[in-house]
Design a protein around this ligand. Structure first.
Ligand code: SAM
Length: 399
């Protein structure tokens, strides 16, 4: 039996899409893509999938739901009748709590749907089924509201997903563990604001792009965000290094905090090293994958001259290229997932122009999505508009 699932995507939707594809492939789940837009992805599978376990592993997805029915955009009344029958059949004891989350819908559609939902409430009341509709100022209910109102176990968060001339009604089955991400981001003892704070969600996404859970290495580990998230994903061994002794001690302290807070033991090794001068022991270690956010250069204030930016880029190009020369010597290595800096200055973007040269060290850039979703460099960009440095996410496989 074919089943359709929806994934509500985080703010860098292409990167979330690439992560889902990668994780489902890693889990050997066969699927067909029915729709992708900046709000959601819809897939079809041949059998049920464990959405709760999948949700726990994803960094770039807010909600996962199962499609219950599909209607033409002008069939709101028909949808209301369907919801009435569905709720009568699926309600539990006590007051029925329902919420609606709208994605990719027009405002006129939303207003018509909201009117229909009040009629639905009235109809249910007439059947002696008391209903509370949970609302929010936004078009959708956040994961926090869905969680606090217990809409997964004791209620319903219906996602209304519009595309082309139709809309889907979906029941949310799993939401992102926002508390855990928030805790790793803000409660850990050590953060390094000067080297750039990597969001734990992005670290988890990058790890998923590697399709690997064996031995991972981050040679620019900073305060250890990637290492912590590798712990979350149960990697067999986690190795990190950094040129700064402070970064090394920060990473160790963060991992110890994580182990205690989440009552979990990680198999890790962290040491001080210049990426250009790695100990032979590491080159001989059975490392499968490097997942890393490289050095971003000197912190920027925003008023730097063009010359300064260009000089910084030249220096970073040399560091990154030489790093790949070192990586090529790790014989067991399969892939490198790297975040490289992109400098945004007055709407112009400045990249590191080394993608072709990296191939000379025996690496091939892998497309994370079909060409139509990638930029001209065939990469994906993770950004917030107010940032001065964006992140370019690239996957290389070792030939
Ligand atoms: C952007 S930070 C990494 C942040 C990390 N992903 C995190 O979340 O904490 C880059 C790190 O690269 C380190 N670094 C700079 N040059 C290096 C080199 N030649 N070898 C190793 N590490 C280096 C810096 O000390 C810094 O901690």
């Amino acid at each position: 039996m074919k089943i359709k699932y929806s994934f509500i995507l985080g703010h860098s939707s292409e990167i979330s899409f690439a992560e889902i594809k990668s994780l489902l492939n890693f889990l050997s789940i066969k699927f067909l893509i029915l729709e992708f837009n900046k709000y959601f992805l819809i897939i079809e599978t041949d059998s049920e999938i464990d959405v709760v376990s999948i949700m726990k592993q994803l960094g770039g997805v807010i909600k996962i739901g199962k499609i219950e029915n599909e209607f033409l955009i002008n069939e709101i009344e028909k949808a209301q009748n369907f919801l009435f029958d569905y709720l009568v059949k699926n309600k539990s004891n006590g007051k029925l709590k329902i919420g609606f989350s709208f994605y990719n819908t027009s405002s006129s559609f939303m207003s018509s749907f909201e009117r229909a939902s009040f009629l639905l409430k009235k109809k249910l009341k007439q059947q002696n089924i008391p209903v509370r509709i949970i609302t929010s100022k936004k078009q959708d209910l956040s994961a926090v509201i869905v969680d606090k109102e217990k809409l997964i176990d004791r209620g319903f968060d219906f996602q209304i997903l519009a595309f082309d001339d139709k809309f889907f009604i979906t029941k949310t089955l799993a939401i992102q563990d926002y508390e855990k991400f928030g805790s790793i981001d803000y409660d850990r003892p050590k953060i390094d604001a000067t080297s750039g704070m990597m969001p734990p969600k992005l670290a988890q996404i990058m790890l998923n792009l590697s399709k690997n859970r064996d031995i991972v290495y981050d040679p620019f580990c900073g305060s250890g965000t990637i290492l912590l998230m590798a712990g979350e994903l149960n990697y067999k061994k986690i190795i990190g290094s950094d040129i700064s002794s402070r970064a090394v001690s920060d990473s160790v302290e963060n991992i110890k905090w994580y182990e205690e807070k989440f009552n979990k033991k990680l198999n890790y090794e962290i040491f001080e090293a210049d990426v250009l001068d790695l100990p032979q022991k590491i080159l001989d270690e059975k490392i499968n994958c490097i997942v890393t956010e490289g050095y971003l250069g000197k912190p920027l204030r925003g008023n730097e001259s063009l010359d300064f930016i260009k000089k910084q880029i030249k220096e970073l190009e040399i560091l990154y290229l030489k790093s790949f020369e070192v990586f090529s010597k790790i014989s067991s290595l399969n892939c490198v997932i790297i975040s490289m800096p992109v400098f945004a200055r007055a709407k112009e973007l400045f990249y590191l122009h080394i993608l072709d040269k990296i191939s000379e060290y025996g690496f091939k850039q892998e497309n994370l999505l079909d060409d139509k979703y990638l930029n001209e460099r065939r990469t994906l960009i993770y950004k917030r508009e107010d940032q001065k440095v964006y992140r370019e996410i690239i996957k290389f496989v070792k030939l």
